[in-house]
Write a protein that binds this ligand. Structure first.
Ligand SMILES: [Zn+2]
Length: 178
């Protein structure tokens, strides 16, 4: 009956009576999915972290993943975790996904933005998040929760009024060919 279908709210096989798909991904799935996809760009053999910064209006503002600064070749700088000399390990050279996403943003202010990240931010990224004015962090993994870095990160974000909560995995799997 024309003119009445849009009033119906019930789903029928993933399609609303109005004709709208109902199995579309949620905002949280979308932004965490983009963060995880960004992390897949990382050349780090051990840790791939991705980040997606979003406005309060759910517009994607920036993305990032862990890697070396521009001009510091992935084929020349070291990826080792444990080298005999600090200069030969990755830690002095890598930029984390959150800092990269903040630095990649050329649009002006990130004040009030939300940050999706696949791993809880370290203390250095927490400083950048706070100073950028980001107000909410949605993280997936928190496997370093007991480390001084993450404890310091939470201490600073608590003091600065940056809210953080863990992403609730939906269990949905998405596969597509690239
Ligand atoms: Zn970090």
């Amino acid at each position: 009956m024309p003119g009445t279908a849009f009033l119906a709210q019930n789903s029928k096989g993933g399609i609303a009576v109005s004709g709208k798909r109902e199995d579309y991904i949620s905002w949280d799935e979308y932004f965490m999915g983009v963060a995880i996809l960004s992390g897949m760009r990382s050349k780090d053999p051990n840790t791939q972290v991705g980040c997606c910064i979003v406005s309060q209006e759910n517009r994607i503002l920036s993305m990032g993943y862990n890697g070396f600064p521009a001009g510091c070749s992935d084929d020349v700088f070291p990826w080792e975790r444990e080298a005999s000399k600090a200069l030969d390990s990755k830690y002095l050279y890598t930029t984390h996904s959150e800092l990269n996403a903040i630095l990649n943003y050329k649009g002006g202010s990130l004040v009030g933005a939300k940050l999706y990240v696949s791993l809880f931010p370290c203390n250095e990224c927490a400083k950048a998040i706070i100073q950028a004015g980001i107000k909410e962090v949605i993280y997936d993994c928190d496997k370093y929760a007991d480390t001084a870095s993450v404890l310091a990160s939470k201490r600073m974000m608590d003091a600065a009024g940056v809210a953080y909560h863990q992403y609730k995995r939906s269990g949905r799997e998405i596969r597509f060919e690239l």
